[in-house]
Design a protein around this ligand. Structure first.
Ligand code: AMP
Length: 234
């Protein structure tokens, strides 16, 4: 059965880190709309130029644009066995569009990672990403603020340009305004779960595995046993 997972949560909740690891362990792609947009900005493509200012201000890009990007990405063969979406959907219209895209592709598991705002501001200020490959330093163990080089490619680790405190506070305001209504959209579903993100990444991961297992009516050990490239197992 395909494993379709949406990771929801405010900026700095650890979504990216958890999504990355979970997707790797399950052999399914992690699809981060923020990464796709940042890559477009770095590449200087037409789309990148169009969204650059919004990204820098921490504002959402249009539903139409982002829905098109996700539709395109989910239609690739590697997403047939499942995916982990990080940063999408962020609005109710995006959530509705996702339901339409998934018609007949198995259930959608929605996990919300909850973390108090002040903890988020503290975390985001210390976040570092690789200049070369965009890997989040905290995707690996250890304190990201202490690391100097990317463990993936050896590139320099720098703060993300949209990680200043003012921008982070704006992004939290945007999150509560636009994204919280999505919780109302999803929370009655039997496949909706909440995970406590205010604990170590290892404990968050354990809770995440338990949550996805229960939402898909598996045991955590069954889910772990299924890990590996899903495409190969059908
Ligand atoms: P993220 O890395 O998920 O925090 O996304 C970084 C930025 O990309 C956001 O602040 C938005 O400007 C934009 N973005 C990413 N995903 C979406 C989305 N689903 N809808 C609208 N804008 C998005």
């Amino acid at each position: 059965m395909a494993l379709n997972l949406v990771m929801m949560g405010p900026p700095g909740a650890g979504k990216g880190t958890q999504a990355e690891r979970f997707a790797r362990e399950q052999g399914i792609p992690k699809i981060s709309t923020g990464d796709i947009l940042r890559e477009a900005v770095t590449a200087g493509s037409e789309m990148g130029l169009a969204v650059k200012a919004k990204l820098e201000r921490g504002e959402l890009v249009s539903d139409e644009l982002i829905i098109g990007i996700v539709q395109d990405r989910l239609s690739r063969p590697d997403a047939r066995a499942g995916f982990v979406l990080d940063g999408f959907p962020r609005t109710v219209p995006q959530a509705r569009a996702l339901d339409q895209m998934l018609d007949g592709r198995g259930p959608l598991v929605v996990v919300e990672i909850q973390v108090p705002d002040e903890e988020l501001v503290r975390r985001v200020r210390s976040r570092r990403v690789c200049v070369n490959c965009g890997t989040n330093a905290s995707a690996f163990s250890g304190d990201p603020a202490q690391a100097e080089r990317c463990r993936n490619c050896g590139g320099m680790l720098v703060p993300r340009s949209d990680d200043t405190e003012a921008v982070v506070r704006d992004r939290l305001t945007v999150y509560w305004r636009d994204t919280k209504p999505m919780v109302a959209y999803y929370h009655e579903r039997p496949t909706y779960r909440v995970v406590n993100g205010a604990q170590s990444p290892e404990l968050v991961r354990e809770e995440l595995v338990t949550a996805v297992a229960s939402a898909t009516e598996r045991s955590p050990s069954e889910l772990s046993a299924e890990s590996g490239p899903r495409g190969a197992k059908g």
